[in-house]
Design a protein around this ligand. Sequence first.
Ligand SMILES: Cc1cc2nc3c(=O)[nH]c(=O)nc-3n(C[C@H](O)[C@H](O)[C@H](O)COP(=O)(O)OP(=O)(O)OC[C@H]3O[C@@H](n4cnc5c(N)ncnc54)[C@H](O)[C@@H]3O)c2cc1C
Length: 473
Amino acid sequence: MTLAITALAGGTRDLDRAELDAFASTLDGSVLLPDDDGYANAIALWNGMITKRPAVVVAAGSTEDVVRTVAFARDQGVELSVKGGGHNIAGLALSDGGVTLDLSGLREVAVDPEARLARVAPGCTLGDVDRATQAHGMATTLGFVSATGTAGLTLGGGFGYLSRRFGWTVDDLEEAVVVTADGQLHRASRTENEDLFWALRGGGGNFGVVTEFTYRLHEVGPQVTGGVIAWPAERAPEVLEAFRAVSATAPRELTLVALRRNAPPAPWLPESAHGKPMVAIVACHSGSAEQAEADLAPIRALGDPLADIIQVREYVQLQSMLDATQPKGMHFYWKSEFVSELSDDLLDAYHAQFDGLEAPANQIVLFQIAGALNERAEDDGAVGNRDAAYACVMQAMSAPDSPARDANRAWVRAAWEALKPFSTGGNYVNFQTDDEPTERTAESYRRNMARLRSIKARYDPENLFRVNRNIRP
Ligand SMILES: Cc1cc2nc3c(=O)[nH]c(=O)nc-3n(C[C@H](O)[C@H](O)[C@H](O)COP(=O)(O)OP(=O)(O)OC[C@H]3O[C@@H](n4cnc5c(N)ncnc54)[C@H](O)[C@@H]3O)c2cc1C
């Protein structure tokens, strides 16, 4: 018996079922085929717009399973994808018709509080890591939604509330253990396999399968001051003006995020505001409560908000505060650009996108990231983009059966066209959708692209690891 499977060389080939069974018998984990229990769950991605169906899912049970699966895919000449948290918007976790190596069962976090390091397995979510490190009053820079996979976030660079203090997530990456296309397990760090480590610090899944990440930790929390404050959209020009002024001078303990959208039916907002245009600022202050009060005063001085839920709270709680705004299975479409300043013209173009906007969940978010990441050289890790002060992200969310899906997507594209002239020229590789052309990936890496290509040629000359924002050898 054979199984039709996507071949690395293109098209499909027949995989001998007996060979698959022999491979499965070597695993600590298991193989899932489309009719098996667990298959549907394994291929359910955060972005419901992506409907790829791997012929085989390997639910890894150990690092050895990663080595076995890489060897199997290479020797059989079949397409291989790697799934961490399954949150990539382009659905890069899954192979369509090939083999998907699902690491989501590997979720161990080992914290060494003395050394201030955390060793993290590749299936961990951000929440797994935050909870484990916060038990010691420590954290590393991770993103804003706790169900996101740590692996994919890190490999694309990574930013969050702590970026202003500590830089990109990969600036705190101390070591990675990685299985390369030749099936070898390597340790990579600033002093061992330096080129490979440099490439992993932003270059995505192009260089191998990372089986363990080691992060440097910092004292953070366990309580911080954070939350959200919102006003009716008529106040947007003065709110964005205050956001610009405060974010330009705030100490690095304070990170602000601004957004406009129609108000969600959230319990913290008055019912009378639901569905109506609003502007909001999300804040995280990781300094003392007194300092936070003082640093946030100019924002609060705007007065008369619809709601203000900025308060002292657990850092882990803040890290999941936005989870409900990004429910798994909806159809998402995003575009991003990094910008180095919020000029008057940029803000005018920003506000203009909301004239007559009816879509309930479309938004443009301005994430403040300026600080530590700007202090390193552009070629300190593949991630680059060290001239970025804000990430500007245009986002649409539609229910799977929504007739507005295409219109929402068109709105994102139009907003992106309007805001792209203000870009540094860089965009975030981890926010690229499946319709982005390859030039967009080159724009993500800019002058680091040539070195990435040469490291790819060395470690993956046959481009085994291609289900990603691909860097061709
Ligand atoms: C709701 C939401 C919020 C987000 N917020 C932020 C944010 O605040 N900050 C931020 O920086 N990013 C953010 N992101 C983007 C996020 O970083 C990317 O979506 C990232 O790809 C998610 O990682 P994952 O492990 O879940 O991805 P997956 O979909 O599982 O995989 C994505 C890619 O990573 C590769 N990969 C995964 N694991 C490995 C591994 N162990 N070895 C080699 N390659 C691997 C895969 O091959 C694939 O190409 C957010 C995404 C979502 C959906």
